[in-house]
Design a protein around this ligand. Structure first.
Ligand code: NAP
Length: 257
């Protein structure tokens, strides 16, 4: 698995005080970390949230700061509406603006549907779907006043096509797609774009126990995705997708063509 790295910010037109601000939920590891570093590279100050790994989150914050951007790391359970509001409030207190929101925090609790207990169903729906709603609702109040904003929600090919053994996860990620499209239609008039990225198999802690060699045989590009592959797509949608909203961009090495 390649490690996300940070070089100097590509935008030197703004000082950290003037820079746009992005929030990345679940920014302490994996895809969220790569998105946080890529957005910092693109000249954003970045607020990351995390569930448990304070050390990892503080490392991401320090890496962003070393490169000259400002960062905050906030412990905030994605499944809590109050925590979502606190993240938005703390971001506004620190920076006074929210230009981009990346809803990335997510979990799996895989099992066959007939064996899936209520807790595993509920935890995945609460974190992966309800959490996206809570953060979007709180952030868009600010973005609507600004008349500007870009939101990218992490879904999955499991949410597009379904995956056996992942009824909870597939349902949560399919819900994110519906939420993304509805929000895109509601918010377009206020110049707020809402898109989703649907990764295939990406090399992170979430997929570390899967049979990599077997999976790679089924991927036309013959490799698992790296976190940077997803971060590039997310950064493109935020920084360059001016006329793109309501879309689901699959980044999966051609797995489901
Ligand atoms: P990961 O390596 O397991 O990292 C998950 C991140 O989310 C961590 O930063 C974690 O924080 C945070 N998090 C988990 N539960 C949280 C909660 N309740 N509140 C706040 N933060 C929470 O996952 P990943 O593979 O990077 O996946 C990121 C996103 O991409 C997820 O939405 C996932 O469903 C989606 N995705 C991944 C793949 C893949 O192949 N990896 C494929 C399709 C979609 P801590 O460090 O504090 O635990």
């Amino acid at each position: 698995m390649s490690q996300a790295t940070l070089t100097s910010p590509q935008t030197n037109a703004t000082t950290p005080q003037e820079a746009p601000v992005a929030i990345v939920t679940g920014g302490s590891r994996g895809i969220g970390k790569a998105c946080a570093l890529a957005l910092a590279n693109a000249g954003y100050n970045v607020v990351i949230t995390y569930a448990r790994n304070a050390d990892a989150a503080n490392d991401v914050k320090a890496t962003i700061e070393e490169a000259g951007q400002s960062a905050l790391a906030i412990m905030a359970d994605a499944a809590s509406p109050d925590a979502a509001q606190q993240v938005i409030d703390q971001t506004m207190e620190a920076y006074g603006r929210i230009d981009a929101l990346i809803n990335n925090a997510g979990i799996t609790r895989d099992n066959l549907m007939m064996r899936m207990n209520n807790d595993d169903w509920g935890a995945v729906i609460d974190t992966n779907l309800n959490g996206v709603f809570y953060t979007m609702r709180a952030a868009t109040k600010i973005m609507m006043k600004q008349r500007r904003g870009a939101i990218v929600n992490l879904t999955s090919i499991s949410g597009v096509y379904g995956n056996a053994g992942q009824a909870n996860y597939s349902a949560s990620k399919a819900g994110v797609i519906g939420l993304t499209k509805a929000a895109a239609k509601e918010l377009a008039a206020r110049n707020i774009r809402v898109n989703a990225v649907a990764p295939g198999f990406i090399a992170t802690d979430m997929t570390k126990d899967l049979p990599t060699e077997e999976i790679e045989k089924h991927i036309p590009l013959k490799r698992l995705g790296q976190v940077e592959d997803i971060a590039k797509a997310v950064t493109f949608l935020v920084t360059s997708g001016d006329y793109i909203t309501g879309q689901v961009l699959q980044v999966d090495g051609g797995l489901v063509v």
